[in-house]
Design a binder for this molecule. Structure first.
Ligand code: X8Z
Ligand code: ZN
Length: 617
């Protein structure tokens, strides 16, 4: 993953609570006065959010000390005002409010991803700790010991590339251990950060910051945790078969370096710093007799496809479903490749600048198949933003944050060989024997991610709730990585280390359960659109490109934004009112059957033994 300083959220960015409120004296509250209050609050928050977004856009596309300061000032204004309004809204708590007003008050609170104490000094301390944690990650580097001639230091973009392509276990372990060190100086600040933001959460009525985050899903925090467990039991069998198959192949490639008695896979051998997506080592696990298929990256390179043309492929897909063309300002204002002359945040993101038609992408595209998929992912955010722009301000967001992450991915699942032929990127459709290898490659990204997507916030919830104390931060992290991923550290760990800090979303305080949910939702959305398009064949071969019927269903869901509880929005499109992994399981069913055969033939028993010390390599 490229180095990123911030991730843009799609309603109100990075909000922190501000100072004590001066209550306005007024007559007894009524439903009418609640509505008037909310109308004013929304207008004001929108204005502040737009200014914040403009400052942040300039900051991330032209990083200087000045643009950092201007952005922080705009954010602070928005944060302070949001907190005041949350407090003021308490005057309406005893009224029997209409559902939309009640929902808006809740959404206003939930926009405080980093709740802060009312005490101005403590709040300032928290915001400073928060930004210094983000800064530590942004500046993180691994400087290899180069002997007499010092080797150049590597940032996470270069490390990503090397982790993906190196097949030298010693070099991989050194990069892994080197990058992990960036967490060490964050440990103490993170503990303070947890204390202060928990205080902020309690002051606005939540048990802790984790409980606040888990309250964004139209159910209690406890119900949400239980839902995730239920989903995990649905997909765990798939993960375990994939894990066993990949382990076997890695042992064949690396011998003793990959072979552990407990059956876990060492973290540095999967082509990704966090072992979160494994597609980069597909070449090591490809079935020997697999027919060679197409390489979208090679085709884009050969044709000298420009970044704009790559985005136009995505625009064309959405257009085929009945969506409007992107506004001219999208093309004028987006950043599609890395500028030569200044520092920018290259991590792909989509921006909703004015909550109307000023939408943009900030990406540094290369002619690779990964970036081809990324453009579809990012456009999913953009079309969602455009679709809900007629909603009241506080409803301009995803039905929940997992929906927002899943839209573009659901489209990208339709990038099948048939689709690529239809748009002229390939001339011949690979033989049916290529289906399985294509599924395996997809699984290396989609299925491999699931346990990681789940455990990042499991760790944070345990930390915020106080169940895990600072003295056990790292042990708790590795206990979860062992339990869910079956991954062991590349080198021994201790409580001096702080490995969660080496994953962007921890120092940046970006909730992570959204990505787990999105992996599941995207298959549900995809199956619903395949059905709407009249498709009846095997799910993994479906493309709903060009289907207006699928587009209409999709649009109806997107236009609702977050105005209704998400199960209602889901039902509108899929007919289902539960998040459910059965579509994902159906998609990968042929692969599951095949993996079971392969593992049985190789005498590979899925699973691993949980040891006494998860920090031992
Ligand atoms: O951070 C991201 C996105 C931001 S919307 C690029 N992702 C997670 C990660 O990189 O860890 C997408 C997949 C999971
Ligand atoms: Zn995204």
């Amino acid at each position: 993953m490229p180095n990123l300083r911030r991730i843009v959220t799609f309603a109100i960015p990075f909000v922190v609570a501000a100072g004590v409120l001066a209550q306005t004296k007024s007559a007894a509250p009524t439903i009418a006065s609640a509505r008037a209050f909310m109308d004013k609050a929304e207008a004001e928050l929108m204005k502040l959010s737009i200014l914040g977004a403009r400052a942040e856009w300039v900051d991330e596309t032209y990083i200087t000390d000045d643009t950092d300061i201007l952005t922080a000032a705009e954010n602070d204004r928005l944060i302070a005002r949001t907190t005041q309004l949350v407090d003021q809204a308490k005057q309406f708590a005893a009224l029997d409010l209409p559902a939309d007003l009640r929902r808006k008050i809740l959404l206003m609170k939930l926009s405080l991803t980093l709740p802060a104490p009312h005490d101005a000094k403590l709040r300032e301390e928290l915001t400073q700790v928060a930004s210094s944690l983000g800064g530590s990650y942004g500046k993180g580097k691994y400087c290899p010991d180069g002997g007499a001639v010092p080797a150049p230091c590597l940032g996470i973009e270069e490390l990503d590339e090397k982790m993906a392509t190196s097949r030298d276990p010693k070099e991989l372990a050194a990069m892994w251990a080197g990058w992990s060190k960036i967490g060490i100086p964050m440990r103490e600040r993170y503990a303070r950060f947890v204390q202060l933001s928990n205080q902020g959460a309690r002051e606005i009525g939540f048990a802790d910051t984790g409980a606040l985050w888990r309250s964004g899903y139209d159910m209690t925090p406890e119900q949400f945790s239980a839902e995730l467990e239920r989903l995990w039991t649905q997909v765990d069998p798939l993960y375990r078969e994939l894990h066993a198959y990949v382990r076997h192949k890695l042992v064949a490639k690396y011998g003793a370096d990959a072979d552990r008695k407990d059956g876990m896979i060492p973290a540095h051998l999967l082509g990704n710093m966090w072992s979160q997506e494994w597609g980069n080592v597909y070449d090591l696990v490809a079935p020997p007799a697999a027919p060679t298929t197409y390489d979208v990256g090679a085709i884009l390179k050969e044709r000298k496809t420009t970044p704009r043309q790559m985005v136009e492929y995505g625009e064309n897909f959405f257009g085929s479903l009945g969506f409007e063309k992107l506004p001219d300002t999208f093309w004028q204002r987006s950043m599609l490749s890395r500028p030569a002359d200044r520092d920018v945040v290259c991590h792909a993101s989509a921006w909703d600048i004015d909550f109307d038609r000023d939408v943009r992408l900030k990406v540094c595209l290369h002619q690779t198949s990964d970036d081809f998929v990324t453009t579809h992912h990012e456009l999913g955010h953009v079309y969602y933003d455009l679709s809900y722009r007629k909603q009241p301000f506080l409803f301009r967001g995803g039905a929940n944050d997992g929906f927002h992450e899943a839209i573009g991915d659901a489209i990208a699942l339709s990038i099948t060989p048939e689709y690529l032929k239809q748009i002229g990127l390939i001339q011949t459709i690979p033989p049916a024997a290529a289906d399985l290898p294509i599924l395996l490659k997809t699984a290396m990204d989609k299925i491999a991610f699931l346990p990681f997507g789940l455990l990042v916030d499991k760790w944070r919830w345990e930390v915020f709730s106080g169940q895990v104390k600072p003295a056990n931060y790292n042990k708790a992290w590795w206990t979860l990585r062992e339990k869910y991923q079956g991954i062991a550290p590349a080198v021994d760990r201790s409580e001096t280390d702080f490995d969660p800090g080496a994953k962007y979303h921890i120092p940046a305080n970006t909730p992570y359960a959204r990505y787990f949910l999105a992996r599941i939702y995207q298959f549900q959305f995809y199956r619903a659109m395949c059905r709407a398009s009249g498709y009846t064949g095997p799910l993994n071969r479906c493309s709903f490109y060009g289907s207006k019927a699928a587009g209409d269903k999709f649009k109806a869901m997107l236009e609702q934004g977050q105005s209704r509880p998400w199960p209602e929005t889901l039902k509108l499109m899929t007919g289902e009112d539960h998040v459910d992994a059965s579509a994902m399981v159906e998609y990968f069913q042929p692969l599951l059957t095949w993996l079971k055969q392969q593992n049985a033939a190789a005498n590979e028993k899925p699973g691993w033994t949980v040891g006494a010390d998860p920090m031992k390599h």
